[in-house]
Design a protein around this ligand. Structure first.
Ligand code: PMP
Length: 362
């Protein structure tokens, strides 16, 4: 088996090489403590610095207003599917869900356990190939909140902007697969959540950014599942995933060092453009899954003429050192996940591999 050089995994995904190198360097002796950061008490001053640094850097990079809490939780984005309705959906009440893919469907499923969510739009009929237009959004009269998924990891679609219409009630966004990939206006959301394992760090930590004055409507929420618990204790109610938070702090420092989110966005645009151009200039050999205008800059999904050719493509790609290019089992085809830490060089290598493969098939 060849060693994969180019990491296009959908998550857990590529991390910046510099970050991994620093973690390696500090692994046995973190900042003169004589022990690994993993071995420090979560109540120690040395760990507290890491914790505070991660939170301060995220605030700075995303320009998070003072009236928002930054929380470090566990349970993945999947637990947020439950925590959001558990805290904010009154029993029997309505919240609006925009269904743009499999993750949104999973979020909806959890909301049904607490109230009567309303589907404000679904693009399932087009196999989730597009993001709903403003006209397609049919919000209910008085939703407790509106839930959207900013980037649909499996189908490869992404909201380019969030229409005014969504602001009818507190807006909740699952930003798992595009957080920190572009500047966003945090103040237009009441709650943002993201599993870290795409753009922020390793799995095991979920970032939640929540407007402080948006209070839970339900009582009897289990302590660990109440946002209030974690907000009051600075995410130190119990033992947090200290190593994952340390890795997050290194990733955020790296984003700051290279110039911040705008620089990252420009690079992401360049990477996505190259792949979509390779697809569109292939004379129909490669076809995109996402409809024009809905293409994700994080997950580029495409098909080849048939299943057999796809299999050959994936096998050859693997031999050439490309990892993670098979599409999600529910969609088939191919998917290149080009998160923040995937270097432009890797994308160039993939574009060139795709061109050569097509030529050789002709
Ligand atoms: N939402 C989105 C958009 C995702 O891409 C994923 C994971 N791929 C999830 C939610 C679920 O995240 P987790 O595995 O952290 O629960």
């Amino acid at each position: 088996m060849s060693t994969p050089t180019y990491n296009f995994n959908a998550g857990p995904a590529a991390l910046p090489k510099e970050v991994l190198a620093q973690a390696q360097e500090e692994l046995l002796n973190f900042q003169g403590t004589g022990m690994s950061v993993m071995e420090l008490s979560h109540r120690s001053a040395a760990y507290d610095q890491v914790h505070q640094k991660a939170s301060a850097l995220l605030r700075e990079l995303m320009d998070i207003p003072e009236n928002y809490d930054v929380l470090f939780l566990q349970g993945g984005a999947s637990l947020q599917f439950s925590m959001v309705p558990m805290n904010f959906l009154p029993a029997g009440g309505t919240a609006d869900y925009v269904i743009t893919g499999a993750w949104a469907q999973k979020a909806l499923k959890e909301a049904k356990l607490f109230g009567k969510p309303h589907i404000a739009a679904t693009t399932e009929a087009s196999n989730f190939a597009h993001i709903p237009t403003e006209e397609e959004l049919q919000l209910s009269d008085d939703p407790a909140y509106v839930h959207v998924t900013s980037n649909n990891t499996i189908f490869g679609t992404q909201w380019t902007s969030f229409p005014e219409t969504l602001q009818k009630a507190p807006l909740v966004c699952d930003m798992s697969s595009d957080i920190l990939s572009r500047p966003i206006d945090v103040s237009s959301f009441s709650l943002i959540y993201a599993g870290a394992q795409k753009n922020l760090g390793p799995s095991g930590i979920t970032v939640v950014i929540k407007r402080k004055d948006w209070k839970a409507v339900n009582s009897s929420i289990p302590t660990m599942l109440s946002y209030e618990t974690h907000a009051k204790t600075d995410s130190l109610y119990n033992t947090p995933p200290t190593f994952a938070i340390y890795m997050l702090s290194l990733v955020l420092q790296r984003v700051k060092d290279i110039g911040g989110v705008k620089v990252v966005e420009a690079e992401n645009n360049r990477k996505a453009q190259l792949l979509y151009q390779t697809i569109s200039e292939s004379n129909g050999f490669y076809t995109p899954h996402a409809a024009a205008g809905s293409e994700s800059k994080m997950n580029v999904t495409f098909r080849l003429p048939d299943e057999d050719t796809t299999k050959v493509f994936l096998a050859k790609a693997k031999d050439s050192g490309f990892s993670g290019l098979a599409g999600h089992r529910s969609v088939g085809g191919c998917r290149a996940s080009i998160y923040n830490a995937v270097p432009y060089d890797s994308v160039e290598a993939l574009a060139s591999f795709m061109k050569d493969f097509r030529k050789n098939q002709a």
